[in-house]
Design a protein around this ligand. Structure first.
Ligand code: GLN
Length: 468
């Protein structure tokens, strides 16, 4: 199976067609159907694209991503194709436009192979909150693949596409990457347009790739990043040549002491982090332990703010405009109530209610305003660290993947995100790199966080880590 774009390009230069490459992936999907990774394969449109790209290759006009086969998380719009955010409330809904990030891939001749299972409205850490049933981890199907982009991570891990897109609001790319042994990368907030991404918490959401190499993640960022008139929060900063390799020496790395000391951090992950630190020092980099005394505030601040934004974003799903409408309702008011009660799953309803509460008159200042203030403190402290240090190194997840149905308490599930929500609260770019295999046979990642818009440095440092 072709795991990276380099392998795809090799195959093409030794005579393979894009159509045959696509068929290879389609077979892999068919053979592993039981893992419940793809919600739908876009066979007809993918084959049409493949034929076109083969023609372009033969007349020398093919784009940068010719032959790269990409799966989409089921919350990214692709014109004339279904999208449901793995929710019953969007049942039958078809996109009427294409997300900017997706359009940019297509413009460079990538092939869009289908849409991937995820947690409903990207809320979850195990992919068990999908209205289509859970995704099984391809490394070991008794385990969850993580979430919310569990299908996107698993598709890349199982060789069903060259790369995939996910979205990361609090860790939904990096955590499943850690659980499946793939690379998962969340860009700086505003680096990639969110136009056409079904919103969860708009001031946190970012689109990003899953890949089997750093090179592919860098290339995909290069193609997707940059100004877009359809997203007012996207940055106008010029897009760098992220693929360019640079040798970095004498880096100053910070390790957040509290993340190292967290109760519940798996001993083997901790040892891996420690050996990585030792090896970096041997190579002449300096690694300091830096205190970040706010770790305990991260998850609460994240859940106050994201549920508030979600309750507002999800108010548009009313049974009138999109997808599912309750057949049992009479009149407008009842249509809203019943469609929403029947259309949303339990976790989504929990968050809409929590968000409505924190925004309600009388509690607004105590929760929402307070949450915003905490977010500012976290941002300031993080900026201070980046004044002195090039990068931050930390675990991605406290443990390796857990078994299906094992984590039942919502709070315990929320704590899965303890190391990942930081980058979303502060808007920094972060990547999870598959750096370890646990004695239990499951993979895990380490996470690198960089200063805003320092993705290039982040990729080049990731290459150093990989070589260690
Ligand atoms: N697991 C986190 C949550 O449930 C993160 C989700 C995400 O990044 N979309 O909110």
């Amino acid at each position: 199976m072709l795991r990276t774009f380099a392998e795809v390009k090799n195959a093409i230069s030794s005579g393979d067609t894009v159509m045959s490459i696509l068929e290879g992936y389609l077979n892999a999907i068919e053979k592993q159907k039981g893992l419940n990774i793809f919600l739908e394969v876009f066979e007809i449109s993918a084959k049409e694209q493949a034929q076109l790209v083969d023609e372009k290759i033969s007349n020398g006009t093919a784009g940068k991503l010719a032959g790269m086969v990409i799966g989409l998380k089921d919350n990214l719009c692709y014109k004339n194709h279904k999208v449901s955010a793995s929710s019953k409330i969007l049942e039958g809904f078809e996109s009427i436009y294409t997300a900017t990030a997706v359009q940019r891939l297509i413009d460079e001749d990538a092939i869009i192979i289908g849409r991937l299972n995820c947690d409903e409205f990207a809320m979850g850490s195990s992919n068990e909150n999908s209205s289509n049933g859970p995704v099984l981890n391809p490394i070991n199907s008794e385990y969850v693949p993580g979430g919310s982009s569990g299908g996107s991570a698993s598709a890349v891990a199982a060789g069903m596409c060259t790369a995939s897109l996910g979205s990361d609001t609090g860790g939904s790319i990096r955590q499943p990457a850690s659980f499946t042994g793939t690379y998962g990368f969340k860009p700086t907030y505003g680096r990639i347009s969110r136009y056409g991404l079904i919103a969860y918490a708009s001031s946190f959401d970012q689109i990003g790739p899953f890949t089997n190499s750093i090179d592919d993640a860098a290339l995909l960022l290069e193609v997707m990043a940059g100004e877009d008139e359809f997203d007012g929060t996207v940055s106008t900063k010029p897009v760098e040549n992220y693929s360019e390799k640079e040798n970095l020496s004498n880096l100053k790395i910070a390790v957040l002491q509290e993340s190292f000391d967290t109760e519940g951090l798996d001993e083997e992950i901790k040892i891996k982090l420690q050996t990585t630190i030792d090896n970096l020092k041997k190579q002449g980099h300096s690694v300091d332990s830096v205190s970040f005394p706010y770790l305990d505030y991260m998850v609460p601040a994240y859940y106050v703010l994201t549920t508030a934004e979600a309750s507002s974003n999800l108010s548009r799903f009313d049974g009138v405009h999109y997808g599912y409408r309750s057949p049992n309702a009479v009149g407008v008011e009842e249509t809203y109530k019943k469609s929403r009660s029947e259309g949303f799953g339990e976790e989504v309803k929990r968050r809409i209610m929590a968000g409505t509460f924190v925004l309600s008159h009388g509690y607004y200042d105590a929760y929402y305003t307070k949450g915003q203030k905490v977010r500012r403190v976290l941002q300031n402290k993080t900026n201070d660290i980046f004044k002195e240090y090039d990068l931050i190194l930390l675990p991605t997840t406290p443990t390796t993947a857990f078994k299906l149905n094992d984590v039942k308490d919502p709070i315990a599930m929320y704590l899965q995100d303890i190391y990942t929500v930081h980058a979303n609260l502060t808007g920094n770019p972060a990547i999870s790199i598959p750096l370890g295999k646990h004695s239990n046979g499951l993979p895990f990642g380490l996470q690198v966080m960089a200063d805003h818009f320092e993705e290039k440095k982040m990729f080049n440092f990731s290459r150093i880590l990989e070589k260690l």
